[in-house]
Design a protein around this ligand. Structure first.
Ligand SMILES: Cc1cc2nc3c(=O)[nH]c(=O)nc-3n(C[C@H](O)[C@H](O)[C@H](O)COP(=O)(O)OP(=O)(O)OC[C@H]3O[C@@H](n4cnc5c(N)ncnc54)[C@H](O)[C@@H]3O)c2cc1C
Length: 467
């Protein structure tokens, strides 16, 4: 069936944060927009499920209040400070034998036992360096040259600081325990960490996309869920320009321009036949994450913090100045290792001691996801190590397992610089998505802002239809 109307000015494929950020900015600029989302709900990787009537993110994540584009979007869709629950600064780490609490500011790390002589001063130097640098300068810095692990060694950080602080924390933030992300991206993340708070929206991350979609509709845009786009339809007689999209089930929707705002594999498939170069440029290395969602009969840990696993990582990057000790959780592809635990209900539903909800994250790179039974057994083992008196087997019930083979993409040196931007080889097809910037909430939202500007510029240059 063919859509009888001339169609919207912009069709956006994908209702994740990037697609909705694009839609929001275009609607604000008075453009007519239709968002097509394949899943029954918007949000993509930052969607929230309801488990037992409580919000549970589809994989543990938090955002930094210092993310500039995200802060603008939150404010413009009506999510205020009161709707964001902040983590306690820093984190708690356990190395299999002992607990340590770390802060994220140099002062907060005083007394952190993994830090050697001089590490606090080095952290202060790093903090001063990133504080003085504009965000954009950090993101477009010398990312072709140096990995994060190499950079930390060059800065003189001790092996203890790297193994007890940077690897457990940034190994999870970047979904890369090898610390191979480019140093520019690391410095950007460090600035975000030092400048603001890590928060979760009180209704889970899905709240952002739900509110963004509602705002888009208030502004006259349309958001359709359950609409998977199979193909971008082009006209060979009109310089190969896109004339619309074909939705699973046969409907063809016409539009003046198309924005692809999906995760990398879907974007590659949609562009494969119409713009090989952009499609090829999105051949990125996935970083997979598996999350176990538990209901607990009693609280496992108190406080609004995350617990990070600082047990040695086997086969860790060789750049570090001390070889990690063997044992304590492997790092072979598919190995079952718990990297982070967060009793998310401490933040979202404080006081929920009985029926507390705990998310356990395992980062597994581009290897296969670990076997769920092995991961659950590993969670039980670390629970016994971290909290020996806690009757895990009796009190913990596994409610859900969320596997994201494509949680993030790896950003070793050079990768970000080679990503396609908002333009493609077709003059009226555009790109948004974290895949065009960096693998984070901010990368997605900022990419949407950028795409909206480029699409707006394109539409402004076109003669009005019928004119
Ligand atoms: C477990 C996990 C933890 C994370 N932790 C953090 C964190 O702590 N901090 C942080 O900043 N970031 C984190 N991230 C990354 C962040 O969530 C993502 O970078 C961001 O949500 C990506 O948004 P996006 O809109 O670019 O892509 P997506 O969210 O993937 O959205 C793409 C959308 O396109 C839809 N789609 C795909 N194909 C089609 C099609 N053919 N037709 C129609 N629709 C289609 C998909 O269903 C999806 O909704 C994490 C991600 C995961 C998975």
């Amino acid at each position: 069936m063919t859509h009888p109307q001339p169609g919207p000015e912009v069709i956006i494929i994908g209702g994740g944060l990037a697609g909705l950020s694009t839609a929001l900015r275009l609607c604000e600029a008075g453009r007519s927009v239709m968002v097509l989302e394949a899943e029954p709900e918007v949000g993509g990787r930052a969607r929230t499920l309801q488990v037992g009537g409580e919000p549970v993110d589809r994989g543990f994540q938090s955002l930094f209040t210092a993310y500039p584009a995200t802060a603008r979007m939150l404010s413009d869709i009506g999510i205020g400070k009161r709707d964001l629950v902040a983590f306690d600064r820093g984190a708690v780490v356990h190395d299999g034998q002992r607990w340590s609490r770390m802060g994220t500011s140099p002062r907060g790390t005083l007394g952190f036992e993994w830090f050697g002589a001089g590490d606090v001063a080095r952290l202060a130097r790093l903090g001063a360096e990133v504080a003085g640098a504009p965000v954009q300068a950090l993101l477009t810095g010398d990312e072709r040259d140096e990995e994060m692990g190499e950079y930390l060694v060059r800065m003189g950080f001790s092996a203890g600081a790297i193994e007890g602080f940077f690897r457990p924390l940034f190994g999870v933030i970047t979904a890369d325990r090898q610390l191979r992300s480019d140093a520019g991206y690391f410095r950007f993340l460090m600035k975000m960490l030092l400048r603001g708070r890590a928060v979760i929206p009180v209704g889970g991350h899905g709240m952002i996309s739900a509110w963004a979609a509602a705002r888009v509709e208030q502004l006259g845009g349309e958001v359709r869920c359950g609409a998977r786009v199979d193909e971008i339809v082009t006209d060979a007689h009109d310089r190969g320009r896109a004339v619309g999209v074909s939705v699973h089930g046969g409907e063809v929707i016409r539009g003046r321009s198309v924005v692809v705002a999906t995760e990398a594999p879907a974007a590659r498939a949609l562009l494969a036949d119409i713009d090989r170069q952009s499609s090829r440029a999105l051949d990125l290395q996935p970083c997979g994450v598996t999350t176990l969602v538990y209901s607990l009969g009693a609280s496992f840990h108190t406080g609004r913090t995350i617990v990070l696993n600082a047990a040695p990582v086997l086969n860790a990057a060789p750049v570090l100045n001390a070889a990690p000790a063997a044992g304590g959780g492997g790092d072979e592809p598919g190995a079952a290792r718990i990297d982070l635990v967060c009793q998310e209900s401490n933040l979202l539903r404080p006081g929920m001691g009985d029926g507390a909800r705990l998310l356990a994250t395992s980062v597994h790179g581009d290897g296969p996801a670990p076997d769920v039974d092995a991961l659950a057994a590993e969670m039980e083992r670390v629970a016994g190590e971290w909290n020996p008196g806690y009757p895990w087997a009796r009190l913990a019930r596994l409610d859900d397992v969320i596997v994201h083979p494509w949680a993030q993409f790896a950003v070793p040196p050079g990768v970000r610089a080679d990503l396609p931007d908002a333009a493609t080889g077709l003059e009226n097809v555009f790109l948004a998505g974290d895949v065009t910037m960096h693998p984070s909430v901010e990368g997605a939202v900022a990419s949407g802002e950028r795409a909206a500007k480029v699409v707006g510029g394109y539409l402004a240059r076109q003669p009005s239809p019928g004119g």
